[in-house]
Design a protein around this ligand. Structure first.
Ligand SMILES: O=c1ccn([C@@H]2O[C@H](COP(=O)(O)OP(=O)(O)O[C@H]3O[C@H](CO)[C@@H](O)[C@H](O)[C@H]3O)[C@@H](O)[C@H]2O)c(=O)[nH]1
Ligand SMILES: [Mn+2]
Length: 369
């Protein structure tokens, strides 16, 4: 039962650190004064070509420095409180979420990677009846369809396991690699036994997909990839309908599996298909006829969810009754991507050490799921 105190409490909070604001702005002022001195020095010597080149270089650095101040001028930290949302009356009217996953090429995008993304989205901490996952396969590959069916079978064990043990990282490959300290529950004997069993299922699932990939390489042609009919399949459709009925009867959200739909749009050599945008258009059309959720989460095929809390945390911000986000307070943010499969010898700092380790971008840390 929601207590009055709980239903009053905001679902999210924004904190501005005053000392950090002052320190950053003093630093910015000192830096700006020094840069102004350098620019003035260059301006006085602009007569020689060499100094003009140096002035241009300094102006470029100045521009980059000004851009870098955007995250430092008013550093904020955000917190979301899903437990408050779940304890409030809004729990019963959570909006639906449609996860749209796009894949295009089973050679460059291995089926196992794509299925990890699909399964991780299905295991998000969100009521199963209000979460749907749609996979667009632009290649129309039988391998991806087969892998999707197998992914659903694995998810039938994986999703309840994540719910029961409050797993934080729902991305199976990463979870079983054991590099997520929050999910290290090896101390609990019963959980460890179950974990071992699910890991075995994952290994079987992985083996099946790898074997199917090897066979597929012999039978699948480039022509079929570019020219094929449409195919839409609700994976385990009967299963889902049965669950929906059960849900209406006992409202047992915990036991409900998310909907999983495979979509391969029609492709013809002569017609432009508009790549990812075209695929998303078709997914929006198909999903609007099925779950028609108010929110859509778009994932490239290799963008697995690494936090089960992300969907509910996002809802905390969207549904906050104290500060409902007015359209002018919402923004589209292109957040730097975080990679998990880089070589430790990478010399190009593709793991973006400067952004994620040296200077933590506090103001948009919530975007980093
Ligand atoms: O005809 C196509 C081509 C691509 N895709 C999918 O679109 C996604 C992105 O394409 P990709 O070639 O992987 O682009 P990247 O350069 O790796 O990704 C970056 O650049 C993309 C194109 O701007 C953005 O969509 C991504 O969000 C961004 O991560 C992938 O899942 C593809 O499978 C399709 O579904 N159909
Ligand atoms: Mn990509």
């Amino acid at each position: 039962m929601a207590t009055p105190a709980n239903s009053q409490a905001p679902f999210s909070a924004v904190h501005v650190s005053r000392p950090l604001v002052i320190a950053n702005r003093v630093m910015a002022a000192v830096h700006a004064a020094l840069v102004a001195a350098v620019i003035a020095h260059r301006a006085l010597r602009l007569l020689s070509a060499a100094s003009a080149a140096m002035a241009l270089a300094d102006l470029t650095l100045l521009f980059l420095w000004v851009l870098s101040q955007s995250g430092l001028w008013r550093p904020v930290s955000r917190a979301a409180f899903p437990e408050r949302l779940l304890a409030s009356p809004r729990r019963s009217s959570l909006p639906g979420v449609d996860v749209l996953v796009v894949t295009a090429d089973p050679d460059k995008e291995p089926a196992l990677v794509v299925m990890n993304t699909v399964v991780s989205a299905m295991a998000l901490d969100y009521p199963g009846g209000r979460l749907s996952v749609y996979l667009s396969d632009d290649a129309g590959s039988p391998l991806t369809l087969l892998a999707t069916r197998k992914a659903y079978a694995f998810a039938r064990a994986w999703v309840p396991f994540c719910r029961k043990h409050s797993v934080q990282c729902p991305w199976p490959d990463r979870y079983f690699a054991g590099d997520n300290v929050h999910d290290d529950r090896r101390g609990e004997a019963a959980a460890a036994e179950e974990r071992r069993r699910i890991k075995e299922m994952y290994e079987t699932f992985k083996g099946d997909i790898e074997e199917a990939s090897r066979k597929q390489q012999r039978s699948w042609t480039e022509e079929e990839r570019r020219d094929h009919d449409a195919h839409v399949e609700i994976i385990a459709a009967g299963d889902h309908e049965q669950q929906q009925r059960g849900e209406e009867e006992d409202n047992d959200e915990e036991a409900t599996m998310p909907l999983l739909v495979y979509v391969s749009r029609e492709k013809r050599r002569a017609s432009p298909h508009h790549f990812k945008a075209g695929a998303l258009n078709v997914l929006l059309r198909v999903s609007s006829l099925m779950s028609n959720a108010a929110y859509a989460l778009v994932l490239d095929c290799d963008m697995s969810c690494n936090s089960r809390a992300s969907a509910l945390e996002a809802m905390c911000i969207h549904l906050d009754h104290r500060s409902p986000p007015a359209p002018e307070n919402l923004a589209f943010v292109q957040f730097p991507q975080m990679f998990h499969n880089l070589s430790s010898n990478d010399i190009y700092t593709n793991d973006l050490r400067y952004i994620f380790k040296a200077r933590t971008l506090q103001s948009i840390d919530r975007a980093c799921h």
